[in-house]
Design a binder for this molecule. Structure first.
Ligand code: HEM
Length: 492
């Protein structure tokens, strides 16, 4: 019987309804102090009140009524939302182990199959995370080796910007390519030319997946995976993932041919050496599937996030020319015409504050990545059962009124004291916190400082002639991206 048969659809509907009623009579009544939340409707739960394009906005509104720990029925799934700096820190940092898991999310299970790092579970996650952090450090993350790579890359990026001779252009692919080259050179061992067709294809596959993963139809697929047989964006994501995986596999097969244990040139080489060392262990996590997923995880997490932040940075500089000018004055004072290096950062509080404020306002992962509780947790007067789907609402931390005086404005003074010195804010959490905190934080921060200062040393950014309004409305996607925009890079 085909799945599109109306009888099958009706049966599925009834089954889901029964499941829903079972669920409704579940946790809320079993656990006396289960977090409060709006009353759900059968089947759809609270989806009718959720802005599917900007779900974080609805959740922030609800926290005003239900408090900083509340429940929300996403279709068949009960989720617990944590809002505000204090609550998110109490959960992710002070109860780190209890909130350390990732839930099973249908689209990411298709992509990762529980392997790699980002959507991996239990021991597989621990082993792959530990291996990746150690190897990234060995290849120079946070050190001069990577700094030199970023500087070399920013020179290529500047040349590319210059070639537009001040005419308007769209910077998405160029910035993406420059940023991707850093993680690609660590994982694969070489950089690509910006016009390389394979490289451009990989970037567009990653970008398309990021955009589609946050689309309302994929959100619905995650909530009702039984409807997966219907056409939709999840099918495109699956197709793109197959192509990405095939590229990674072909790459490591090439590396295997020339593998030299004493001359490991990339993360792939180090993984393959480890794989050979553990050959006789059938329980080893160093298998081909984990290699493929770790590499695709790093490509995806390590390129789109940082390049999206940089693109927000340039857009905000166009919007606020006086702030741009002040950054350029500080660059002139501290660096002059020399090459920007990380050691300059501590002498440049204003630029540092602007970059932090760009990240705060860009808010590129407003709902972070979901977590799952590993045990029943007594938390702030509530019981959160083991296996609960947790949303740590980073947007509510980055916009917490108790931590930032003008949360809705672009206001670099948030990160400056009265003497103009850099002011560290604990609520600055775009990389999240706790056991699953972004493992690329050091790399991303170095990239943001070096690319941003190098570009502003060389150019002044402004909107195309005749454009008077710089639009900061974000585009719908898994990460919060600016809408595509045209920019003029005027050489200084
Ligand atoms: C501006 C840039 C970036 C931002 C804002 C960002 C943000 C985040 C956030 C919010 C998470 C979720 C953490 C959690 O669940 O608590 C995350 C996870 C992750 N990020 Fe980043 N990230 C950035 C750049 C990078 C880079 C450059 C890399 C690669 C080297 C990277 C690799 C990862 C990985 C592998 C995870 C999963 C960690 C785990 O599950 O253990 N990220 N990131």
């Amino acid at each position: 019987m085909p799945f599109t048969d109306p009888v099958v659809i009706l049966c599925l509907f009834i089954l889901t309804l029964i499941f829903m009623l079972w669920l409704k009579s579940g946790w809320d009544s079993t656990y006396k102090n289960f977090p409060p939340g709006p009353n759900p409707l059968p089947l759809i739960g609270n989806l009718h009140i959720l802005d599917l394009k900007r779900p974080s906005k609805t959740l922030i509104e609800l926290s005003k009524k239900y408090g900083s720990v509340f429940s929300f029925q996403m279709g068949l799934k009960k989720v617990i939302v944590l809002t505000g700096y204090q609550t998110v820190v109490d959960a992710l940092v002070h109860n780190a182990d209890q909130f350390a898991e990732r839930p099973v999310i249908p689209i990411f299970e298709i992509i990762s199959n529980g392997k790699g790092i980002i959507f991996a579970h239990d021991e597989n996650w621990k082993v792959m995370r530990r291996f990746t952090i150690t190897t990234l450090r060995d290849f120079g993350m946070g050190k001069r080796t990577i700094e030199d790579k970023i500087i070399e890359e920013s020179e290529s990026l500047i040349e590319c910007f210059k070639s537009h001779k001040g005419d308007p252009f769209d910077n998405i692919m160029i910035i993406n390519a420059a940023v991707s080259n850093i993680i690609v050179s660590i994982t694969i061992g070489h950089r690509f030319q910006y016009e390389d067709s394979t490289f451009l294809r990989l970037i567009s596959l990653i970008n398309e997946n990021m955009r589609l993963a946050g689309s309302p139809t994929v959100m619905l697929y995650n909530l009702y995976p039984v409807l997966g047989f219907l056409p939709g964006n999840h099918k495109t994501i699956l197709q793109n993932t197959k192509e990405l995986n095939a590229f990674v596999k072909a790459t490591f097969v090439e590396h295997l041919k020339q593998l030299d244990k004493n001359d490991q040139r990339s993360l792939i080489d180090t993984f393959l050496v480890k794989q050979q060392e553990e050959k006789s262990n059938p329980q080893s996590y160093f298998h081909d599937e984990n290699l493929t997923k770790v590499i695709t995880n790093l490509f995806t997490a390590g390129s789109e996030t940082t390049s999206t932040t940089l693109r927000w940075g340039l857009l905000l500089m166009m919007k606020y020319p006086l702030i741009q000018k002040k950054v350029q004055e500080e660059i002139a004072k501290v660096i002059g015409s020399a090459q920007p290096r990380t050691e300059h950062q501590k002498q440049m509080p204003y630029t540092d504050a602007v970059i932090h404020e760009v990240q705060r306002v860009a808010n590129i992962l407003p709902m972070s990545l979901p977590r799952e509780t590993t045990v029943d947790v007594n938390f702030k007067g509530h019981v959160i059962p083991k296996g609960s789907y947790i949303i740590p609402l980073l947007e509510s931390v980055l916009h917490d009124k108790t931590q930032f005086e003008n949360p809705e404005e672009f206001y670099p003074q948030h990160f400056l004291d009265s003497e103009g010195k850099f002011l560290k804010k604990e609520a600055f959490m775009p990389f999240s916190a706790g056991r699953r905190i972004c493992l690329g934080e050091t790399l991303a921060k170095m990239e943001l400082f070096l690319f941003f200062t190098s570009l502003l040393q060389e150019f002044t950014f402004c909107p195309p002639p005749g454009v008077t309004h710089v639009d900061l409305t974000p585009q719908v996607g898994f990460t919060t991206c600016p809408k595509p925009y045209m920019i003029c890079a005027m050489q200084r």
